[in-house]
Design a protein around this ligand. Structure first.
Ligand code: AVJ
Ligand code: FE
Length: 449
């Protein structure tokens, strides 16, 4: 991206904007208007809010801030400002109806493509390497993930379908349970990733003791052992806040699971299916992930541990963009982009593994980490405080690696997501870590869990 000639960069940007809009259309054209205006969960906006909010942010950042144009409909701005109205309240607002919301987003897009053709892609920081355009493509794709979550919460006839991911590769069953990451420093975050968001910056060195990390995300089979061992009934495994939440919310299994006639079933985009044992577990809160890890005699990895395992190349000492290298994610590397509407079996994507041998760090399921969402040393809010800065603090936990619902443009080794530790509707799972007793990492290579 940073090396592209202006015309090639324009084409890349246009392709990313187009890809995002195709996703948005797929998620909003597949249901009737009443499903766009309904509130499917108090945790989510009506789909029609996301649709117009996508257009409104695009107008704000590209047409007004970059292009210097006047507001198209200033009276609607407060409706689509995420900080003005909490999600639960949005259905009561005088939102643009579906046809108007689509027309508005389409009109903004038409003008944005004119602006892109005429705009320099250097000079002002917002323009460098097309940053503002890249930010807006990522923003739309982030809302496409949000809308997919709304679809998962929606009751009624299935509206979405996609092919299943390929079966697990032949070596999946024989993988070591964990990989060893030896002690030493690595570079966390980035100064060079052109479309990285403010919370991913700046690059800084972090020195870690040796640790072990699960080769793959924790599977449904493993999580079922926790359930069947009484993990939800044993306060010992839970933090005090986790246990209080587990009781008040009456948690007994991941969200969307039910136990019927001796069988575990889960509802996925309107279809009831047996819980697939070899798939990474999904729809667990941070509290459940943390309790599972203690039950397993382990812990959640810190965010730095996750990133070192995903990016550090011990052969060169530098951090990569992705676990497999610097090349863009292909279908062989990771389950991203809503190509499949579910995670792939644990052990999938050998071509996407990290130098340490960990798989599925990108895509499949967001991975809860032990870390609170905090700024990196030298953080500077940019281009707006409300993207990250207002969320820093102990109440949010960091998730890493993206999931099957995340577009490649919004996923990289440095990307940071965050949410409340009680959240379960997001496409989140986890993997566990363990200390290496003497911390030197001079031990006998990778172990087996
Ligand atoms: C980064 C996923 C936490 O959806 O709240 C979308 C992304 N920010 N519009 C969110 C975002 C503004 C954000 N997350
Ligand atoms: Fe937004």
């Amino acid at each position: 991206l940073e090396d592209l000639a202006p015309e090639a960069l324009r084409e890349t940007i246009a392709a990313e904007l187009l890809a995002a809009r195709a996703r948005t259309a797929a998620l909003t054209d597949c249901v009737e208007d009443r499903d766009l205006t309904a509130q499917h969960s108090p945790l989510m906006s009506p789909l029609v809010w996301d649709l117009a909010h996508i257009g409104n942010q695009e107008e704000l950042w590209l047409l007004r801030n970059v292009g210097g144009l006047d507001p198209m409909h200033p009276e609607i701005d407060p409706l689509y400002d995420a900080f003005e109205h909490p999600r639960a309240e949005r259905p009561t607002l005088p939102l643009l109806p579906p046809a108007e919301a689509r027309a508005y987003a389409g009109e903004v897009r038409g003008r944005v493509l004119d602006l892109l053709a005429a705009s320099p892609l250097e000079g002002a920081p917002l323009l460098t390497a097309g940053f503002a355009f890249g930010m807006i493509a990522q923003h739309e794709q982030q809302h496409d993930e949000t809308m997919l979550i709304t679809h998962q919460l929606r009751r009624g006839e299935p509206a979405l379908a996609a092919p299943a991911p390929p079966p697990a590769p032949a070596d999946a069953a024989a993988l070591p349970g964990e990989v060893l990451v030896p002690a030493g420093p690595f570079t966390m975050g980035t100064d060079t990733e052109p479309w990285a968001l403010d919370n991913e910056r700046p690059a800084h060195r972090v020195d870690l003791p040796a640790y072990r990390l699960d080769t793959t995300p924790v599977t449904n089979a493993a999580y079922l052992r926790f359930i069947e061992d009484g993990g939800y009934d044993e306060p010992h495994w839970w933090t005090p806040e986790g246990w209080a939440h587990r009781r008040s919310a009456d948690l007994t299994a991941p969200l969307f699971w039910r136990h019927e006639d001796g069988q575990w079933l889960r509802r996925r985009f309107g279809v009831l299916e047996p819980v697939p044992l070899d798939e990474p577990v999904l729809h667990v809160s941070w509290y459940e992930a943390d309790a599972y890890a203690r039950w397993a005699g382990r812990r959640l990895p810190t965010e730095a541990e996750w990133e070192k395992a995903a990016r550090h190349d011990p052969a060169t000492g530098r951090s990569r963009r992705y676990p497999w290298g610097d090349g863009a994610p292909g279908a062989e590397h990771a389950n991203l982009g809503q190509r499949h509407l579910r995670p792939a079996p644990a052990g999938s994507y050998p071509a996407g593994q990290s130098p340490y041998g960990a798989r599925q760090l990108m895509g499949d399921v967001w991975e809860w980490t032990a870390s609170d969402f905090r700024p990196y040393p030298g953080f500077r809010a940019w281009p707006y405080r409300e993207y990250s800065e207002v969320f820093f603090g102990p109440e949010y936990k960091v998730l890493r690696g993206g999931c099957f619902a995340v577009a490649p443009v919004a996923c990289r080794g440095t990307f940071r997501n965050w949410d409340y530790p009680v959240r379960r509707q997001i496409f989140a799972g986890f993997r566990t870590a363990a200390d290496v007793p003497d911390g030197s990492g001079a031990g006998p290579g990778t172990g087996s869990a």
